[in-house]
Design a protein around this ligand. Structure first.
Ligand code: NAG
Ligand code: NAG
Ligand code: NAG
Length: 372
């Protein structure tokens, strides 16, 4: 009798312990890795490692709202959307730039950030920004990292993962990972800066063809979950508004952004038929941002057309440098500098991508994409 009771009590204790272990195991289960590709909207310091590039943000006032106001290479007063997405997924820290990983060799399983400011879908995008006078820039001193090169870097990470963990574990990790891509704006800027005479539909199709090749390459390396962030209304950047005498958006560039998003939607549908084990979430940055521009008061913005940090008309004729004007109410500005959103605007965007409804992200949001 007594023995039976003790036996039952012992079983109960073991059962409770197992339950606790199970819960704490669930609570500490690490989130899936996130691998981030794209341009300055997601760059967390890549370009700071490229000595030849002029497109960098590793000086004040960038980073003014970070700990010790430290510039980190982010084009922001604080964190950017890549950081907030990683945090929303449950990561304590944003994945480090690949070029930093090459030095530290640490934290591979958190993911990695390959994004490089001024880069685009096309290899030519941002290339001319490489020129420092007449001086030849050798490849290892390149100014920016285009998408094709970012994917080569990812390939080396995949090989390393396979080497360290074995083929099966690496394959399963990669299939669970979120591949976040934010690119395309710089290609469209390049088209207008170059005063290109290519027929607009032909040009946009060339961007979609490039995107398809990049996603195919990532898929072939084992990526399965794609979080795609399309092009915002780039004609509304302060840098573009200064070219409109009314200070309004440059409508032609916004037309390109809308066309790009629409064709990207068609491409993603096509790819998900071709690859049944692929999942994707397509963020409509255009809709998200225009919504803020049209209803700033809903989000407590008081300035949606002017850069917080910069000089000249709309603070948009110069970048954010140590001697630039700086606003104090940074959470009331949509734009940090002539091209980039403030930390607060980036957080809003990331939250919408992660939890937003079908108006902003389809066919699932980033939370559903990341779920096991
Ligand atoms: C702009 O035009 C130059 C000269 O034709 C070309 O070399 C460059 O690749 C073009 N840039 C873009 C982004 O198309
Ligand atoms: C300039 O902005 C106004 C709105 O203020 C808009 O109606 C007009 O189309 C814009 N001009 C160009 C060239 O985009
Ligand atoms: C805007 O500010 C008001 C008053 O401070 C606050 O109650 C509200 O939550 C804010 N809205 C957003 C979207 O942050």
């Amino acid at each position: 009798m007594m023995e039976g009771l003790l036996y039952n009590v012992a079983l109960m204790i073991i059962g409770t312990l197992l339950a606790i272990l199970h819960i704490s195991n669930a609570a500490t289960k690490p989130p899936p890795p996130i691998f981030i590709f794209g341009d300055s909207t997601a760059d967390v310091g890549t370009n700071s490692f490229l000595p030849a590039t002029k497109i960098r943000a590793d000086f004040p006032h960038n980073g003014i709202d970070l700990l010790h106001s430290k510039p980190t290479g982010r084009f922001s007063n604080g964190f950017n959307s890549a950081d907030f997405l990683a945090r929303l997924m449950g990561h304590q820290r944003s994945p480090q730039p690949y070029l930093l990983f090459l030095r530290s060799g640490r934290n591979l399983l958190r993911g990695m950030n390959f994004a490089s400011a001024a880069s685009g879908l096309l290899d030519v995008t941002g290339k001319d920004l490489n020129n420092i006078g007449f001086h030849f820039v050798p490849d290892h001193e390149q100014n920016i990292v285009p998408m094709s090169e970012q994917i080569k870097q990812f390939e080396s990470v995949c090989s390393l993962l396979t080497y360290l963990k074995g083929r099966d574990v690496a394959r399963s990790k990669l299939a669970k990972s979120v591949i976040a891509i934010s690119t395309g704006s710089n290609d469209i800027f390049g088209y207008f800066e170059n005063q290109s005479t290519i027929d607009p539909p032909v040009f946009i199709n060339s961007l979609i063809t490039a995107y398809e090749a990049h996603i195919n390459a990532l898929y072939n390396l084992g990526a399965r979950k794609f979080g795609i962030i399309s092009v915002p209304p780039i004609g509304c950047c302060p840098s573009q508004r200064v070219h409109n005498s009314t200070g309004g958006c440059l409508e032609i560039e916004n037309t390109f952004a809308r066309a790009f998003h629409s064709l990207l939607g068609t491409l993603m549908k096509k790819l998900s038929v071709k690859f049944p084990d692929m999942k994707y979430a397509l963020g409509n940055s255009y809709e998200m941002t225009i919504n803020v521009i049209n209803h700033p008061q809903l989000f407590n913005f008081t300035s949606i057309d002017k850069a917080c940090c910069g000089k000249g008309l709309l603070n948009a004729e110069k970048g954010c440098t140590p001697d630039a004007n700086l606003c104090s109410n940074r959470d009331e500005y949509l734009f940090w500098d002539l091209f980039h959103p403030t930390q607060y605007a980036s957080e809003l965007a990331a939250t919408t991508l992660y939890n937003g409804g079908l108006q902003f992200v389809t066919p699932v949001n980033f939370a559903q994409l990341a779920a096991p």
